[in-house]
Write a protein that binds this ligand. Structure first.
Ligand SMILES: Nc1ccn([C@@H]2O[C@H](COP(=O)(O)OP(=O)(O)OC[C@H](O)CO)[C@@H](O)[C@H]2O)c(=O)n1
Length: 321
């Protein structure tokens, strides 16, 4: 294709919409633990404007929601209806499927057994919430379950809860396990509002990357929790981000890791040239401002076009090492 100035332009192979940390609740505005304003009722308006804009573009193949669909302060007798209400807003997207992932605030509201069907996350009986999909033969998306090993979301006596509590007891000296006090650097991630990937999920990830390599697919990893200390506050990282990145770094197929959770957003390129983009939260948009976007996917880069508080980011792929 040739543009008006006579230069060759390339069309994206495909595009998709994205939004993170809607954290809607029908409650008055409040603040985060650190005093950052949170606009609980406004966040669903941000989502509505996002869906309207994605539909106007008429080019997005799908939408990805990066987790925390409702806030933990949502009255518990309203959790089910509130998750459904937000899912219904996502369903107004006309271009294709909406892919959800779970975040800590989802799990403060509902157990996995109720949450996963609402979010249409196909799961085996064991409640796992990781999956992959391939929108075009050249690309594979991997959606990780960041709360696979977690002290929230599983029954109290579940082996995964017990494993998570053991990790927190060993790694976090505080009585309040949500507090990163007395922890330094990336050790600050060992708090109860984070989680990690279990052995089975890591083996599954490894298998997907083997398969993607054989098929010559480029892979985009999506996870509610950030995977690189350069892109996010240390207290928001996946517990075993280092183990997960060691697996990813064994292959050349992963081009970008996309995340939510750290509401201010962030961006880094790691030692292997992988892009890490953490998305700005819809929840923290003051009235009439927005944080959502879409990504144009090319063969040699992905291009995030953000609205308002979501910064645009060009992510050119490094040549394979
Ligand atoms: N230092 C802290 C931070 C948080 N808490 C408590 O942990 C719960 C979850 O915190 P919250 O900020 O709501 O979690 P988000 O997933 O929205 O955001 C994660 C990052 O903080 C975003 O930057 C809640 O009960 C907090 O009060 C805490 O005790 N100590």
């Amino acid at each position: 294709m040739v543009s008006s100035n006579g230069q060759a332009t390339t069309q994206p192979r495909f595009s998709f919409g994205l939004i993170s940390d809607v954290q809607y609740a029908d409650i008055s505005d409040g603040r985060s633990f650190h005093g950052v304003p949170r606009y609980y009722r406004h966040s669903i308006l941000v989502l509505q404007r996002a869906v309207k804009e994605w539909n106007t573009h008429q080019k997005h193949m799908f939408v990805i929601n990066f987790g925390d669909i409702v806030d933990g302060f949502c009255p518990k007798d309203q959790s089910l209806g509130t998750v459904q209400k937000v899912v219904d807003e996502f369903e107004k997207f006309k271009g294709g499927p909406v892919y959800h992932m779970i975040g800590n605030h989802c799990l403060y509201n509902l157990p996995r057994s109720q949450l996963l069907p609402l979010l249409k996350i196909q799961s085996l009986d064991d409640g796992r919430a990781y999956y992959d999909f391939s929108p075009v033969p050249e690309y594979r998306f991997v959606v990780l379950d960041a709360y696979d090993i977690s002290a929230i979301g599983w029954p109290q006596d579940h082996p995964k809860t017990l494993e998570a509590m053991k990790i927190l007891r060993e790694m976090n000296p505080n009585e309040d396990k949500n507090s990163p006090d007395n922890l330094e650097g990336p050790e600050r991630r060992f708090v109860m509002f984070n989680g990690g990937l279990g052995k089975e999920q890591i083996e599954w990830l490894d298998g997907v990357l083997v398969d993607a390599t054989i098929l010559n697919q480029k892979v985009i990893v999506c996870c509610h929790l950030p995977l690189d200390p350069g892109a996010a506050s240390k207290a928001t990282l996946l517990w075993n981000y280092d183990e997960v990145m060691n697996v990813i770094h064994r292959y050349n197929c992963v081009k970008a890791c996309l995340a939510g959770h750290d509401h201010k957003g962030g961006y880094s390129i790691d030692s292997h040239g992988i892009h890490h983009r953490v998305f700005e939260a819809a929840l923290e948009c003051p009235p009439d401002t927005n944080a959502f976007g879409y990504i144009d996917v090319y063969d040699d880069r992905i291009s995030l076009i953000g609205t308002d508080r979501m910064e645009s980011t060009e992510m050119h792929f490094s040549p394979p090492s």
